[in-house]
Design a protein around this ligand. Structure first.
Ligand code: G4P
Length: 538
């Protein structure tokens, strides 16, 4: 267990055994394969292959979009819960999936507000790739603890010190080896588990089998020579000695504050190193953490239930036109049927059919604890950033909305269907899939996204879900900024800049322009007005 920070009470066991984390990686590094092996060892699936399984069953869960398959990208984030048992007890792992494509960075950012740690997967031959770097930066902003898994060690990979150096240099984080690979590529036989003093031998014959694990009494133990060829053993001893001199030892506190990451080496496809990584998550992946909120922070051990929406997903099940709000519970012990207060509207909500996402299914959540992710089906009342409590007017903070980097106009193929288009656009805006602005002059909408691919995703979803062909076209605007200030100042500002003014889907005022010059002019001419590129969701 992690050391409990000073003055913090020990968490109730049901909360203390929860580990809520995400996997960050560059596409192709092995995130899907690793997820599958987690579920396999967590007993959540019987056979590897189910996560990737194509066909109806899977499509209804997260692969609901044809495009997702065609492009080999994951558009929608989902959450999965499974158990992991070891000698310290039974842990509940909540794995929150992050979309892998760079165009979805905003969604990813918000996903990372719902976890207590991240597992960073890198490819042993490729090292730190661009998307890993970007996602890492997001984790860094939140000082998230990071556990690193260096995958594909069964193939030719880089020198171990080189990989560690690259992580330290590119990501400016200290790295401590939790395991050490023995041999490379075809000669890779397994790892020395530094944290637990064991030898783990990879079984190349059976990809789903847990490795043979041999207890070792230090590097001079004669048992080592029984399993490791002499030349490799000599190299292992030399490298480990160097590693001890050059690299910092494991330090749970440094990991918890995000300045040190332990690294495990393995091969997800061969199920190798995965169990050790899970042991690491159980031991070091922190317990549910304190949640920042206004007017006070929320402690996980509080008996009253609170939680916040970090993602909204529509049409998870094409048979039901519902939306599911993904809620991270920040405190308390939740029971199905509870009445919670929706803080933004001050209205009570009976949570009668919350769902838990298990590997192969979703099921009704009879209960859940701080740290868990539950899905709440709703008809649009729940938006990203919303807080639910047992009555207290408290609002979770730190869930931002970013100004879109690309703006386009949108038109329905059939002009008579413009009301339908408005409905579709509002839905996507509430899901956080796009920003939708209604200019105060003229008709039509301006849609803003972070990456070009999102326009295609939107067009295809509007057609698929609303039967409405649409066209995105160039807009006269290229930038959007939220307008902040006192009401009087805002009224005066909007009155004299009507041609630039629009409202977002929350009704907040936005300034649209195509020139940086305009933004500079507002800064200069309107000292009482502040234009911002982010807005806190509430
Ligand atoms: P991603 O979700 O991060 O994009 O990666 P994914 O797990 O889909 O893995 C990408 C490719 O790497 C897959 O091959 C997968 O089989 C392979 N892979 C994953 N782990 C390992 C490993 O430990 N060693 C080796 N050698 N390969 C690994 P693919 O050819 O794209 O797909 P498939 O035909 O194998 O399903």
């Amino acid at each position: 267990m992690l050391d409990t920070p000073k003055n913090r009470p020990v968490l109730p066991p049901e909360i203390a055994r929860r580990r809520t984390f995400a996997i960050i990686s560059h596409p192709d590094a092995g995130k899907t394969t690793l997820t599958e092996k987690f579920l396999l060892f967590g007993g959540a699936i019987q056979m590897a292959g189910q996560v990737r399984a194509k066909g109806e069953a899977r499509r209804t869960r997260s692969d609901f979009m044809a495009m997702e398959k065609d492009r080999g990208i994951s558009v929608s984030a989902s959450a999965m819960s499974f158990d992991f048992t070891n000698k310290d007890g039974e842990f509940r792992f909540n794995l929150v999936d992050t979309p892998g494509h760079s165009d979805f960075s905003e969604d990813t950012y918000r996903t990372l507000t719902a976890v207590d740690a991240a597992v960073m997967v890198i490819d042993g031959a490729k090292g730190v790739e661009s998307q890993t770097q970007k996602l890492f930066e997001v984790c860094r902003m939140r000082d998230l603890p990071i556990l690193t898994f260096c995958n594909k060690m069964d193939r030719e990979s880089r020198d171990t010190f080189e990989i560690i150096d690259e992580i330290q240099e590119n990501l400016a984080i200290d790295v401590t080896p939790a395991s050490w690979p023995i041999g490379v590529g075809r000669d890779f036989i397994g790892c020395y588990d530094i944290l637990r003093d064991r030898l783990e031998i990879m079984d190349r014959a059976d990809r789903n089998k847990v490795s043979e694990s041999i207890e070792i009494n230090g590097l001079d133990d004669p048992k080592l020579a029984e399993h490791v060829p002499a030349a490799q053993l000599e190299q292992l001893r030399e490298e480990l000695e160097m590693a001890r001199e050059l690299l910092p030892p494991m330090d749970a506190a440094a990991m918890a504050e995000g300045s040190l990451t332990p690294i495990w080496f393995g091969s997800a496809i061969n199920s190798f190193g995965v169990k050790e990584l899970m042991e690491g998550i159980a031991k070091f992946g922190p317990e549910p953490q304190i949640q920042s909120a206004q007017p006070r922070e929320i402690l996980p051990e509080e008996t009253k239930v609170s939680g916040f929406v970090f993602k909204v997903q529509a049409n998870m099940d094409p048979k039901h036109r519902d939306r599911v709000a993904f809620v991270r519970l920040a405190s308390g012990h939740f029971h199905r049927g509870m009445k919670l207060t929706h803080v933004r509207t001050k209205k009570p909500m009976a949570i009668s059919s919350p769902v838990l996402f298990l590997a192969s299914d979703r099921e009704l959540a009879e209960e859940a604890w701080a740290g868990d992710i539950i899905g709440i089906p709703n008809h649009g009342q729940l938006r990203i950033g919303d807080t639910l409590t047992e009555g207290e007017a408290i609002r979770v903070t730190g869930i931002p909305s970013f100004a879109p980097e690309l703006l386009q106009g949108v038109r329905a193929g059939d002009p008579l269907k413009s009301k339908h288009l408005e409905k579709a656009l509002m839905q996507f805006a509430e899901e956080g899939a796009a920003k939708v602005f209604k200019p105060s002059i003229g008709s039509g909408f301006v849609v803003g996204v972070v990456g070009q691919l999102q326009f295609e995703v939107l067009a295809s979803r509007i057609e698929l879900e609303y039967g409405l062909p649409v066209r995105f076209e160039q807009s006269q605007f290229t930038s959007a900024r939220w307008v902040n200030g006192e009401k009087q100042a805002i009224d005066k500002f909007t009155e004299s800049n009507k041609q630039h003014i629009a409202h977002d889907h929350d009704g907040d005022i936005v300034y649209l322009t195509r020139l940086q010059w305009d933004i500079d002019r507002v800064d200069r001419d309107y000292p009482d007005i502040r234009l911002t590129a982010t807005k806190e969701m509430m």
